[in-house]
Design a protein around this ligand. Structure first.
Ligand code: AHR
Length: 668
């Protein structure tokens, strides 16, 4: 968490961009003409005055303005987006055992279990869960249960794909029965029987198909045998159906929520997740590739283990499924608890890892890492335009980024001059000793603020320098609600987004963070996250809807406009879709944000519009700042659509208190 780099002294020392200057001058002229006109008293009575001239486009809107930021936090992937339903599928254990796996002994069965560190199916998973059954029979089975990630969600007439690795000395211990059982009724919801083969470790597959029973979450997995003997198990998996049927893919309902946000990019893999807590825990992407059995997983900074089932290739396929581009962050040798790699020899392997990573993402199949990607099942390279070097390196109190950034920038510029580089500490830009070839193209700025504080900085970028790097607001959120934002946060977000849009000649991209939270008890680490979910369902926060409204009506140009006489907590953004390539024609997108509880009367003067036009209005409203959505009440606040007649010339419009409105006015 940190403040913008465009603060204090730096603001004064650079010239504002021409469009901002013109906008300002035009605003002054409009205000002057208003005070001279005979209607000045009327204007006052009418509240604020908003003038928009859609025939004068001052600057372009960044086409990539809104995107997604992601990382493993709040069980976003394991127990969230990643379609795995079994928790701790690799039997990692601590002093409490391989939690949440539990030994089950039905009836008179006699059995025990132990983690066997001497036998596993691969080097990455060189250990296993050993089940030792002294006696068991039909009705007296022995094995394990697993509760999933706060339940196992089942839908009627659905097939779930399972797999596991097992070793048995004698097949007589089997077959292995896999069942999903309802916690409350004990009813078997689906089951499969798998014959085991004696000998070496082998991979087995099974399928579970549900019947007509209603959707349910309070279910658990049970794995049992009915004979005496020993079974070693590893990587016990059950996947739910995935978005676009992607093998090893993502949960459908969450992907649909993300797709509906109209994103243009996915910043990956983090956040602090890129850095890890210590140097040992950095996001070592090479260990996240290939067959699942060859992925060891790693300790994530948000206090739990990541299986890396959602690894680098899956991140890229996630982009592909959403039709967005990755903004790829490469590890730059700084980790969350403050350790850093010394520049020089020690840093070289990390620079090479970054080069290899870019080759894995973009190289053709004749390159070493492009060929590796093809072997992993994706011969086609992925599109890429932006590479971010590190994450929040401004928090490195040692100041070592000034030495760590240049070797990355030099190597990346040399091998990949076509890509834009993003730095994560603005000071790099002012380090005069570096020559132009390592200057970043973009600086990543982060903001986490209360509603009041967010509204106070809405104009922060209006006078920011336009002569240096562009800005990526790679993490931002108005934070007060938990686990997801309340309506006051949504108003702060909407107000903030008016500033992002107005300054999108400078701000090329922006992404809210964090994106996802599993709201089950104990699953969250970071309060205030955009989308809430549990094992069975998802819900959209008011802030989510605010983003959908803004990103869904982005436009491509900023028309000349000016506002005067408004209340302190009233904000607006005006953009125009030129209609180029679109079926909807030319449209003015007018976003009005009234964060006060008093109505805001407006006189809107639209220059460049003839006749009365029918505008579609989408509004988001709540009765208080505290109002919100939740798993229990997912739709308490959601956008409502209506139609508004917009006359030629002057138009009176009132925005109710605590309301966000987006008007689409068709243009000639
Ligand atoms: O979004 C949560 C965390 O906030 C990110 O991991 C980190 O980059 C920031 O400090």
């Amino acid at each position: 968490m940190f403040e913008s780099r465009f603060a204090g002294l730096r603001l004064g020392c650079r010239a504002p961009l021409l469009p901002s200057l013109l906008l300002f001058c035009w605003g002054v002229l409009v205000m002057a003409s208003m005070s001279l006109s005979a209607g000045a008293q009327d204007d006052h009575d009418a509240g604020a005055k908003l003038s928009i001239d859609v025939t004068h486009i001052m600057s372009a809107v960044s086409p990539t303005l809104y995107g997604l930021m992601t990382e493993e936090i709040n069980h976003s992937y394991d127990g969230g987006l990643y379609a795995e339903m079994v928790r701790n599928r690799t039997f990692r254990s601590n002093w409490e055992g391989a939690v949440p796996w539990a030994l089950v002994r039905r009836g008179n069965a006699v059995a025990g279990r132990v983690i066997d560190k001497s036998s596993g199916p691969s080097q990455a998973l060189a250990y296993s869960m050993k089940l030792m059954v002294e006696s068991a029979s039909e009705g007296n089975e022995a094995g394990f249960t697993n509760p999933g990630f706060w339940g196992i969600a089942l839908r009627p007439r659905t097939t779930y794909a399972g797999s596991f690795y097992a070793r048995v000395e004698s097949a007589d211990v089997g077959p292995l029965k896999v069942r999903i059982i309802n916690d409350r009724t004990g009813a078997v919801q689906a089951q499969a029987t798998v014959e085991l083969k004696a000998g070496a470790w082998a991979r087995y597959e099974y399928q579970l198909t549900t019947g007509a029973a209603a959707p349910s979450v309070a279910n658990h997995l049970e794995v049992t045998v009915a004979h005496a003997g020993t079974v070693w198990l590893q990587l016990f998996s059950l996947m739910q159906p995935t978005f676009h049927h992607r093998p090893n893919g993502n949960r459908i309902d969450l992907m649909e929520r993300l797709a509906a946000m109209h994103p243009h990019f996915l910043r990956l893999p983090g956040g602090n997740y890129l850095e890890g807590d210590t140097l040992e825990d950095w996001y070592d992407w090479k260990k996240t590739l290939g067959p699942l059995v060859d992925r060891p997983g790693h300790q994530a900074p948000w206090s739990y283990w990541s299986t890396d089932g959602l690894g680098l290739l899956e991140f890229l396929e996630w982009c592909e499924d959403l039709k967005v581009e990755p903004v790829l962050a490469v590890y730059a040798g700084y980790s969350l608890r403050g350790e850093h790699v010394a520049a020089g020899k020690d840093l070289e392997p990390y620079v090479q890892a970054a080069l290899d990573e870019i080759e894995y993402v973009t190289g053709d199949v004749t390159t070493k890492w492009g060929a590796e990607r093809a072997r992993d099942g994706h011969p086609a390279p992925f599109p890429l335009h932006y590479i971010e070097i590190g994450n929040e390196d401004n928090l490195d109190r040692s100041g070592s980024y000034a030495e760590r950034y240049p070797p990355f920038a030099e190597a990346l510029r040399k091998h990949y001059p076509q890509y834009k580089l993003i730095a994560t500490d603005a000071d790099i830009q002012y380090a005069a000793k570096y020559d132009a070839k390592v200057q970043p193209d973009v600086i990543d700025d982060h903001y986490y603020k209360s509603p009041a504080d967010m509204m106070d900085i809405v104009h922060h970028y209006d006078a920011a320098p336009r002569t240096g790097p562009k800005v990526f607001v790679g993490e931002w959120a108005t934070r007060s609600g938990t686990p997801t934002p309340n309506f006051g946060d949504a108003l702060g977000d909407a107000a903030w987004m008016t500033g992002l849009e107005r300054n999108s000649d400078l701000i090329v991209m922006a992404s809210y963070a964090p994106l996802l939270v599993n709201v089950s008890p104990g699953a969250m680490q970071w309060p205030t996250d955009l989308i809430g979910f549990d094992a069975g369902t998802t819900y959209a926060s008011p802030s989510y809807w605010a983003q959908v409204l803004f990103a869904g009506h982005l436009g491509d140009g900023i028309p000349q406009s000016a506002l005067s006489g408004e209340d302190k907590r009233f904000f607006y953004s005006a953009t125009v879709s030129s209609g180029a390539g679109a079926t909807s024609g030319k449209v003015l997108h007018l976003k009005l944000v009234n964060a006060s509880d008093r109505a805001q009367a407006l006189t809107i003067e639209l220059a460049g519009i003839s006749g009365t036009r029918k505008a579609r209005m989408t509004a988001l409203h709540a009765a208080s700042y505290e109002a919100t959505n939740s798993i229990a009440e997912p739709d308490a606040i959601r956008p409502q659509e209506s139609w508004v007649a917009v006359p030629n010339g002057t138009w009176k419009h009132t925005v109710p208190g605590l309301t966000i409105e987006v008007l689409d006015v068709p243009l000639p």
